[in-house]
Ligand binder design. Structure first.
Ligand code: V4E
Length: 223
């Protein structure tokens, strides 16, 4: 069956006016948009402790899960590569199923096996999910000539952090290695020389506004 699933391979980078100029020189701006994200988890962080990120963006639900099977916890000492790879699920019944599996809710726990609805958020209460982060992002997107399938996003979050990302969407089962190669090549063209992973918007948000959750995720090696 065809579920709307793809793997998002991405590398974040810090940018300044020089990087912006490099991108404008060799790329085309393909749009600017603004979106508001709300992220949800249980009060004891059952989703984010498994590196699973549930959010509502522009009236749609999205679930980002690690592609490598995570058996219970995230391995300590896991080599943090420059690129992250997450499966993106956008089909709500599929999201509901996945979330239930991760937080191990059985049908008896939630009385009846309800059908989640886009219009009504009561399924969140059934699973004890609450919003833990909320912010607006202004995003400019670029493509580069001769770099098929690569998108560059420059994000400005409303809490005062900006970060870029080089992103390749890979249909599930397709070649992740070659996506990583494309990202490496693009980074080179932009003159990026980061050797370490750059903090994403969420990491900065949690550090600032949810220090308890930040500390727990940090010690569980999720961040
Ligand atoms: C996967 C993840 C989080 C969810 C938000 O993902 P992110 O790619 O940072 O947000 P955004 O707005 O760029 O989503 P897009 O529009 O590209 O789908 S929050 C933390 N993680 C894990 C994570 C991590 N630990 N480190 C880095 C560098 N990225 C992601």
């Amino acid at each position: 069956n065809f579920l709307q699933m793809s793997v998002e391979v991405e590398r974040k980078f810090l940018f300044d006016s020089d990087t912006l100029k490099a991108i404008e020189d060799i790329g085309d701006c393909v749009g600017q948009k603004q979106f508001h994200d709300k992220y949800f988890d249980t009060p004891d962080f059952k989703l984010t402790l498994r590196d699973v990120w549930l959010r509502r963006r522009k009236q749609s639900w999205e679930l980002k899960c690690p592609i490598d099977p995570v058996n219970g916890t995230v391995e300590p000492g896991r080599e943090k590569s420059l690129c992250t790879r997450y499966k993106e699920i956008t089909n709500l019944p599929e999201i509901y199923q996945r979330v239930k599996e991760v937080i191990k809710v059985t049908c008896e726990d939630c009385k009846a096996d309800i059908t989640p609805s886009d219009e009504d958020d009561s399924w969140l209460n059934t699973l004890k999910l609450c919003c833990f982060a909320e912010f607006t992002t202004t995003r400019r997107s670029f493509t580069l000539k001769g770099e098929d399938g690569v998108k560059i996003d420059l994000d400005q979050a409303d809490f005062g952090y900006h970060v870029g990302e080089i992103e390749v969407l890979v249909p599930e089962g397709a070649d992740i290695q070659s996506a990583q190669e494309k990202i490496r090549h693009t980074a080179q063209r932009l003159g990026l020389n980061e050797e370490r992973r750059v903090e994403g918007k969420m990491t900065v948000y949690l550090k600032r506004y949810r220090p308890e959750q930040y500390a727990i995720l940090l010690s569980a090696h999720v961040l």
